[in-house]
Design a protein. Structure first.
Length: 372
């Protein structure tokens, strides 16, 4: 059948897009994706590269945490002509299974003659085998990259495809932005020396990352981790890998030797304290013994306001769309809210406080949506 299929590796898009726009890899949660603009551009490129073939659909490949799809992923799944395909994100924060999904779909659609052309937005060498098989079945494969493609896509993949096209940073900036940066890569106000944001305090990042990780662990997992720590000076995998990878992402650079040592000591102390508490109690934030002086509900309300003010307009719209079909706070937002509030008040939230927090978050988002 004379149709074109579009295959998008979301991890490649966000990672290389952030580098093109800001000069460094940024956290996904700071991204503002104009979904309709992106989908329109993908269809336009597919139409041009395939010689005006009809679109079959756009396949969107992404990784998901064990807590489930994010609001952005669910919004993408609801878009017309889009099929969401999810791999996993491991403890080190890396996608797993996404490349194999791309290869499987590319081969099956080619074998079933569902497509005659394929537009691929990806960069890993692992998808090359899918390109080879699709071509052997008569499908022409077109590769789309983000500048500089030769620095972001495998050479073997570049040499295998039938045609190549590259999006400039200016084009990427029409559908993707990051909080604190303009599309040109310059930093919005407030700026720091040399037009770049001042690097965040590593200690504060360490505390937040540790709190988020411990928040996701069960009591048994923490107890097992504590036992392992007592028998060794090393933080066991997968905790160590995830701690280092997440902090590296936040800082935009590798940790120094002393920073790695400090991070591991903070995690060891926090894990030990977490399992040593009586039921219903909870540790203070790692590296910070102070607690908020204001009433708990007031402290939670303040934290909600800060969190909602940091959300992009796209994230606000995604949350509103999520609440049209679901209840509760999406897992990615919920996890960050609980971790930051836990750090703020120095203990776990009670069930009543969690309900208050989530209701306050939804009310604040709806209030901002109504005023926009």
């Amino acid at each position: 059948m004379s149709r074109v299929g579009v295959f998008v590796d979301a991890g490649y898009l966000f990672a290389r897009g952030s580098i093109a726009l800001t000069g460094a890899k940024q956290e996904r949660r700071h991204a503002d994706l104009k979904q309709n603009q992106l989908l329109g551009l993908l269809q336009s490129v597919a139409f041009q590269q395939s010689g005006s073939r009809e679109l079959l659909r756009i396949y969107w490949y992404d990784g998901v945490h064990r807590t489930g799809p994010t609001a952005q992923q669910q919004t993408m799944a609801g878009a017309d002509n889009v099929k969401l395909r999810l791999g996993l994100i491991n403890e080190s924060g890396k996608q797993k299974g996404v490349d194999s999904l791309i290869v499987t779909d590319l081969v099956e659609l080619s074998r079933n003659r569902a497509i005659s052309h394929a537009l691929l937005l990806a960069g890993d060498e692992d998808v090359r085998i899918g390109v080879e098989i699709a071509q052997s079945l008569g499908v022409r494969v077109h590769l789309l990259g983000i500048e500089p493609s030769r620095g972001s896509q495998a050479k073997t993949l570049l040499s295998e495809v039938d045609t190549k096209r590259e999006w400039s940073a200016e084009t990427v900036g029409t559908f993707l932005t990051f909080a604190g940066f303009r599309a040109s890569g310059a930093v919005d106000e407030p700026a720091a020396e040399g037009g770049r944001l001042l690097e965040p305090d590593p200690e504060s990042i360490f505390r937040r990352v540790i709190a988020e990780l411990v928040e996701e662990c069960t009591g048994d997992e923490l107890a097992a981790c504590r036992d392992a720590l007592r028998g060794s000076d090393q933080v066991p995998q997968p905790y160590d890998g995830r701690l280092l990878a997440t902090c590296r992402t936040h800082l935009g650079r590798d940790l120094t030797g002393p920073e790695r040592s400090r991070l591991r000591r903070m995690f060891q102390a926090f894990a030990e304290e977490s399992v040593a508490l009586e039921p219903g109690a909870s540790p203070a934030s790692p590296g910070d013994a102070s607690t908020a002086a204001m009433p708990v509900t007031q402290a939670l309300a303040v934290r909600v306001e800060e969190s909602v003010s940091d959300l992009t307009d796209t994230q606000i719209r995604e949350l509103q769309e999520f609440w049209r079909h679901s209840i509760g706070v999406p897992s990615d937002h919920d996890r960050l809210l609980l971790a930051s509030c836990r750090e703020k008040i120095g203990r776990d939230l009670t069930p009543e406080e969690r309900r208050f927090l989530r209701k306050r978050f939804q009310d604040a988002v709806e209030e901002r949506f109504g005023s926009s």
